[in-house]
Design a protein around this ligand. Structure first.
Ligand code: MN
Length: 337
């Protein structure tokens, strides 16, 4: 009996709390990184800043009714999220990565150089590790205000350096450079101000000396075979995203009885459908059904545009815009399969 009660209690609490994100422990004590980053900075950064992102993320997720979504999923569709979800999901993900790749300089078990395969990729994409270091430093130094510098594995398995503002990162659909980050450098002032004040360059040298290349190499190997990278590749289709934006504006207003955006933008939608039909379909979704749907989508957008030109009745316009929307949903479905 007692066992059953425990079981019920455990199930209830698991169901209630399972989806909450939690603050990860650091790999080492706050004062272990002292050679590069002082203990006070580590402590405030982890126990105040990162904890704050986790707390606000759980709040924002529950307010947006997104419980149960993975952290990666929250990031992937950042453009659809509230700014609280976007900022705090990024804050949680980015800091978790940051703690993982840092190791005390006294940690004798941490390799000081990348694995063979990461070394090869660095040589291929940058020429040498010194060039990579320079590019990362420039990206970090040039990031105006708060943000991050990244080493990213792109969907075509290349390495690139990028940077992003605030708590954005390359997994997000709002990012210029898409891919999986395997190394991230926090360039918010809270990461270095106590010891380095305005000397961001000195802080960057310190971070370089704390990098755990073993962990970065593991992340590189994992990224190459990551389903998330394939998912990003599927979603990395600017012409489709632009079409989606224009259609959403038209369709949402039309559904609420306002046909003005439809009348004003049917030409732009048609133009975007033509561009979409001509665009390069991302490799993982390159299949005949997709191309056929895109041809139909273009035709229907043409029909819609002509109806607007002829000043057609509201009912015919609605019918035509719903048809466009349906075909686009088909395309979306084919992308997510
Ligand atoms: Mn930070």
């Amino acid at each position: 009996m007692k066992g059953i009660i425990y079981l019920i209690f455990f199930s209830i609490s698991w169901a209630t709390f399972a989806q909450d994100f939690t603050l990860p422990e650091l790999r080492f004590k706050y004062d272990a990184y002292e050679q590069g980053i002082d203990a006070k900075t580590m402590e405030i950064h982890h126990s105040k800043h990162h904890r704050g992102y986790v707390r606000k993320l759980n709040k924002a997720v529950s307010e947006s009714k997104l419980q149960g979504k993975s952290l990666e999923d929250l990031l992937m569709y950042a453009s659809d999220r509230t700014s609280a979800v976007r900022n705090n999901s990024g804050g949680h993900y980015n800091h978790t990565l940051f703690w993982e790749i840092l190791t005390p300089t006294t940690d004798k078990s941490a390799p000081g150089v990348p694995s063979k395969s990461l070394q090869n990729a660095i040589s291929k994409n940058f020429g040498s590790i010194d060039v990579l270091r320079k590019q990362l430093s420039v990206a970090a130094a040039k990031r105006f205000g708060s943000g991050w510098a990244w080493l990213v594995v792109t969907p075509n398995k290349e390495l690139v350096v990028s940077s992003s503002p605030n708590q954005d990162n390359p997994i997000m659909d709002v990012s210029d450079v898409r891919g999986l980050p395997i190394l991230g450098i926090d360039v918010w002032e809270h990461a270095y101000y106590l010891r380095y004040q305005n000397k961001r360059g000195d802080y960057l040298s310190a971070i370089w000396s704390l990098l755990d290349w073993g962990v970065v190499s593991e992340k590189y190997a994992a990224a190459l075979n990551s389903p998330l990278l394939t998912k990003i590749e599927k979603e990395n289709w600017p012409e489709k995203n632009t079409f989606h934006k224009v259609l959403a504006q038209i369709f949402n207003s039309a559904e609420n009885g306002d046909l003005k955006p439809l009348r004003n933008m049917s030409g732009a939608l048609y133009a975007q459908a033509i561009l979409l039909q001509d665009s390069d379909v991302p490799k993982p979704i390159l299949k005949p059904e997709v191309s056929l749907s895109l041809v139909r989508l273009e035709k229907k957008c043409g029909v819609l545009n002509r109806l607007v030109g002829k000043n057609a009745r509201e009912k015919s316009l609605m019918k035509a815009v719903v048809a466009v929307h349906d075909i686009f949903q088909e395309v979306q479905g084919l992308c997510h399969d």
